[in-house]
Design a protein around this ligand. Structure first.
Ligand SMILES: [Zn+2]
Length: 130
């Protein structure tokens, strides 16, 4: 289309499509951005009114499309939650591994200190005997 439309109050008017179930369903129109809030009542139809059967089809397809859109959003959300649960499980497993490594490290350090104490003891005994 590439058409630009300006209303009486000087605003550039975006083009919309009427989706409400009314005799204007499916028609495109230009209207002032302030159409509802200010006194500017500028509205210009782009398309002629459609036949009742065409409106019915468009209405049903729009409903179907909205339902699919919602299902798709729900699916994406559910997929996201599932992914987060998987990640949570992995993080829990990693944390458990880290804990186990920490315990192992603690045990090794304790064993080292016992060995050190024993060695010092042995040296002391050697010194005492020597
Ligand atoms: Zn206006």
């Amino acid at each position: 289309m590439g058409q630009e439309m300006f209303c009486d109050c000087g605003n550039k008017c975006p083009m919309w499509t009427a989706w409400k179930n009314s005799p204007n369903l499916g028609r495109r129109f230009f209207s002032c951005p302030n159409y509802r809030t200010k006194d500017c009542g500028f509205l210009r139809w782009v398309d002629e009114p459609l036949s009742e059967s065409a409106r019915f089809l468009i209405y049903e397809l729009k409903k179907e499309n909205d339902t699919l859109q919602k299902l798709s959003e729900d699916y994406s959300r559910a997929k996201c939650v599932l992914e987060m649960k998987k990640l949570h499980k992995q993080i829990t497993m990693i944390m458990e591994k880290v804990d186990s490594f920490k315990r192992e490290k603690y045990d090794i350090e304790r064993a080292d200190s016992i060995v050190d104490d024993t060695c010092i003891g042995v040296d002391w005994i050697k010194c005492a005997n020597g």
